[in-house]
Design a protein around this ligand. Structure first.
Ligand code: G3H
Ligand code: 13P
Ligand code: ZN
Length: 333
């Protein structure tokens, strides 16, 4: 058993309380490798933003859980080295799909876990979430749960349509499970193709796809039911056109990729939405930078020469999100 406290990590409780009060959201960035982690920590340290390092089941298998634990511990030390006196860094399991996986993460030094039982029937979602909460809380690890189903692919769970969270269920769910935060479905979805072209309109000037707006009425109804309760948005990448264009220009093929417009996320961040998940945008930045180097310097074969520019572009992206979208800069001095 390794306690996250020994690693210098924090859980989400205080982070979320402050974010709701302050009208901003905490960035939850997924990572799988050293370059992503370096970029996240540099961006967070420079902007003094609290941050959630997110690890999916797939990422955990990719990176190895022991290595991950030391990477997270290293991240805290690196942040201090960069001059961030009191780093507020949370290590969070993203989309945990079983009690065993969540338990293993708690035992291995994670400070927060998500149990995503949203694809199960309501009562089963409650039972599994409650079981995870009871275990995690013994170690002061916070738990995110999910109610409602996002369109697209949720790890191995696939859903073609999204089922918005039902506001009339949230009080019962939060009370009976004891979860610390709730991921909801209001129209976001995972990946770089969040909406089909048929769901969008086209900007007559640019010809680009304009996605439908998020269901802020559902968010408002949820907040009315659960005043001050921490709400989480998954699938919140914006799929920046510049990265998509770069990828396509340098030999990639991402036709009609579309994300959530930043102004909608800005609006959400000011509400009880206090955690915003971003993974795809970082994948796009990484891929765009690597493709550019490969296209312009076909003789290059030192990974540092293409992973370095990828890291720089991701750092720029993370800073942009922190400062211009979530408003979490300066909130962890
Ligand atoms: O929500 C899913 C995250 O983007 C993680 O994706 O399972 O491919 O690591 P992954
Ligand atoms: P994106 O695919 O929009 O980046 O969402 C990531 C996410 O929700 C991770 O849980
Ligand atoms: Zn997600």
């Amino acid at each position: 058993m390794v306690s996250y406290k020994e690693l210098g990590l924090v859980n989400t409780r205080e982070m979320f309380a402050k974010a709701i009060k302050g009208g901003y959201a905490i960035p939850a960035f997924n990572f799988n490798n050293m370059e992503q982690l370096q970029a996240i920590i540099k961006a967070s340290a420079e902007t003094k933003s609290p941050v959630i390092l997110q690890v999916s089941k797939g990422a955990r298998n990719y990176a190895n859980q022991t290595l991950l634990r030391y990477m997270a511990q290293g991240a805290v030390e690196y942040a201090k080295e960069l001059g961030w006196e009191h780093p507020q860094i949370c290590l969070h399991l993203d989309h945990g799909d079983s009690f065993e996986l969540c338990k293993s993460c708690v035992d291995f030094g994670f400070s927060s876990v998500m149990i995503d039982a949203s694809s199960l029937p309501y009562e089963e979602n409650i039972a599994l979430t409650k079981k995870v909460v009871e275990y995690a809380h013994k170690y002061d690890v916070t738990v995110e749960a999910e109610l409602g189903v996002l369109a697209g692919v949720e790890d191995e769970v696939s859903s073609a349509v999204s089922h918005y969270t039902k506001p009339e269920e949230v009080v019962d769910f939060a009370t009976r499970t004891g979860c610390d935060s709730l991921a909801i479905s209001i129209g976001t979805s995972h990946g770089a193709y969040k909406f089909t072209p048929e769901q969008c309109t086209r900007d007559p000037k640019t010809g680009k796809l304009v996605p439908p707006p998020l269901a802020f009425d559902v968010l408002d109804a949820i907040m009315e039911q659960l005043p001050g309760f921490p709400i989480v948005l998954h699938g919140s990448s914006s799929v920046p056109q510049e990265y998509v264009d770069m990828i396509n220009q340098y030999g990639g093929k991402l036709p009609d990729a579309v994300g959530i417009p930043e102004e909608q996320l800005r609006k959400a961040a000011k509400s009880a939405v206090c955690k915003i998940n971003i993974d795809s945008d970082s994948r796009l930045a990484f891929t765009a930078a690597v493709r550019k180097v490969f296209a312009e310097k076909p003789g290059e074969f030192d990974p540092r020469k293409y992973c370095g520019p990828a890291r720089d572009l991701m750092e720029e992206l993370y800073k942009h999100k922190i400062i211009n979208v979530l408003g979490s800069d300066g909130k962890a001095e």
